[in-house]
Design a protein around this ligand. Structure first.
Ligand SMILES: [Zn+2]
Length: 287
């Protein structure tokens, strides 16, 4: 859920605690604060006015798109106090590597992370850490969908959901829940909403490799992972389910929104291989 396309392999931290303590504090680095709206706040090192306006516009478009797609009526899952998301944007990848571990207690070997925190606690602040690359805020749209999905589709904090990541900052307990997990959905919906129909890399990959849809439901981060399977095939699985099996998605979300993850797993097992042939036929129609 919090891993970006570059974060599949977690490496040891490059910054030791002693070094981390010596860098400038967050308030002296992310010196610009801009509220796009009541729900979106940008805190940045050096975004220009124009970049700030563009980022606000992109996020507000995604937000509206998400609410329409899921007909949320702006009603979050119960116990969710993440009324707003704050994006923390470093000026470059080098700045990100230099500061992010000291500022947020997260690894820096990734392309950005969403930090849901403990949404059941009043006053919890959902954060997202990212950096500028090639004049853009890298993975901005993808990470923001995690916030919306976490607030409106998936009950509980990151550890309550089904996956096998045990890394910082949550250190979710071992052992991981049994399969199926929800990684295909959470990473797939982030890719689907941020890229829409325009995802040529995902479509190209279907010419080189293949998965049964029933196998993709067993995708996770450590087991059955890898960036192609998690992000590209996650996108394809979610796009198929959203466009061709929407009623099944609604049933599924009725469980995940209530935190009834055991029923979600029973449902996916009940689906079994029933959609596999149709998924393969649908893949062939993608251009
Ligand atoms: Zn992600």
């Amino acid at each position: 859920m919090k891993l970006s396309p570059l974060a599949v392999l977690l490496l040891p931290l490059a910054i030791s605690p002693a070094q981390a303590e010596s860098v400038a504090p967050l308030e002296q680095v992310l010196i610009q604060v801009h509220a796009c709206s009541d729900t979106i706040i940008l805190r940045s090192q050096s975004l220009s006015n124009e970049q700030t306006q563009q980022a606000c516009a992109l996020l507000q478009k995604q937000e509206a798109n998400f609410h329409q797609l899921f007909n949320t009526l702006d009603k979050p899952v119960r116990d969710d106090n993440n009324t707003s998301m704050r994006a923390n944007i470093y000026a470059s990848r080098d700045d990100y590597v230099k500061y992010v571990t000291a500022h947020f207690d997260v690894p820096s070997d990734n392309g950005g992370m969403f930090l849901e925190g403990l949404p059941h606690i009043d006053g919890n602040q959902a954060e997202f850490v990212a950096y500028e690359k090639q004049g853009q805020i890298w993975n901005l749209a993808h990470e923001y969908v995690h916030y919306l999905d976490g607030r409106f589709n998936l009950w509980g904090d990151f550890c309550a959901s089904l996956h096998d990541s045990h890394s910082a900052p949550e250190y979710c307990p071992q052992p991981a829940p049994l399969l199926p997990h929800l990684v295909w959905w959470s990473e797939g919906i982030a890719e689907y909403i941020s890229q829409g129909d325009n995802n040529p890399k995902a479509i190209a990959i279907t010419k080189e490799q293949n998965y049964a849809l029933s196998d993709l439901f067993n995708t996770s981060y450590e087991t059955n992972g890898g960036s192609d399977r998690v992000y590209r095939w996650g996108y394809l699985a979610v796009r198929y389910m959203m466009e061709q099996q929407r009623e099944k998605v609604e049933t599924m979300l009725s469980f995940t929104r209530n935190g009834d993850y055991a029923r979600y797993q029973a449902l996916v097992k009940q689906w079994g291989t029933s959609m596999d042939a149709d998924f393969q036929a649908w893949l062939k129609t993608l251009k």
